[in-house]
Design a binder for this molecule. Sequence first.
Ligand SMILES: O=C(O)CCC(=O)C(=O)O
Ligand SMILES: [Fe+2]
Length: 461
Amino acid sequence: MLRIVDFGPDIHDKESKKADQYISHGSASERREILDGIKGFSIFDADDVEDLERNCTSMIERGGKGKFRVKSIDISRLRMKYFFGHGYDYGGGKGSEKFFNPKDISPIPEWIYESIIEKMEKTGIVDKNWINSVVINDYEPGGFIVQHQDPPHLFERPIFILTLFSDSALSFGCNLRFDRTVEPVEVTASDPILRLPMQRGIITSFEGMCMNEIKHCVRPVDTKERRVAIILRRICEDGPVLEPLTNGESLRNFDKKLHKKVQKRCEKMLASKILPYERSFHLVEVKRETEKSKAAPKEKVKEPWRKQPKPKKESKKRKEKLKKKGVGTFELDRPIEKDENDKQWNFGDSPERVSKRVEWSSDDEQKEKNKRIGKTGDMADLIYDFHHQDKDLRDMDIKTIERKVHMQKSRKQRGREFRDKINSKFGFKTSVANSDSDSSDSSDSSEEVRPKKTRISKFTF
Ligand SMILES: O=C(O)CCC(=O)C(=O)O
Ligand SMILES: [Fe+2]
């Protein structure tokens, strides 16, 4: 179901009694002009949000093991960035940003397609196969991103941002300041023209003036807790592309030093406490999902940005110029299909490995099976089945259904949930009863939760 978020009640002007850090300092018309290109969508319920956050966690575990391609992870102060599909090099900014070669960037994980992109397509937020690039920013408390415009020569508009793990805000017309006389460097911000709340579980879309004429940033003061932003975009097909550094190598095989650094940061992020989810946003309208709207979502929401953009024609002269600099462009007629190479390298697996995994997440085997039999494998399916069964089967109690749902999860997931329960019951730190959070490489090919082997040392007197 598609529901539109009303930002109005959370945008506080100078007359408001809210604390200074929540205030937008622009005039009403300045705020309106920016807000005109911004829309918030609520398409996930609390369970979806929990699932998405769990998937993020497994993704970070993989990142820590160095399984993404060499340019998929970027570390900066209080923030980690994961590029999927396409990533780019800042190259000093101001229009000189260039795409890394797709060989050096991991493909978009399957769970992002299934749980986010497909849902956005189904609800009519975006056209099918439009999104082909995903960036995930993982901010520590106090994390920030300096004022910038998403490079217009690399990304089409609109851009979409999904916020997870905690609420935050995006500030427009605001500059970060760095006081380098103190250690660590202190980061503050000027008064924003507009402070836009970015609520957990909400997808916000940006286009027009807010993306093309004014800069945006995330202020440290708005990152009170660890937050993840998933940025979903479409690349410009004529964007400049760098030569590949590798032929699809994963980080752990390519740069051991950087891998160690990444591993440390991932472990730090994984140790963050996950806050309980609370819905804190207002909705302007609730659209009931009728059969009609399901069949023809395009008729319902008419937005100019939903029109398929016409591919820009690249001038011959510019192509020649870029070629001379060793920079190519994509020759893409979307959608991106994963080729054999992508599938093979999805886990950072070595090409020699006999059993190549196609899917990304450890639960995907079960999902694949469910897909074949036309099921999603969730509670709704089981309840549906329950009501369409013979009477004696229908008498099956809810405990049995819950157990069935539980048993549909992978052994690894069940083990993880069990350990989480033990940890929270006895107040252990996660590391105490967590035996599969190590960096063992074999954990990808096997979903078994094996006890740690203890080497028996020689007995000496
Ligand atoms: O974290 C956010 O919400 C914004 C991130 C952003 O603007 C970017 O990565 O380009
Ligand atoms: Fe941005």
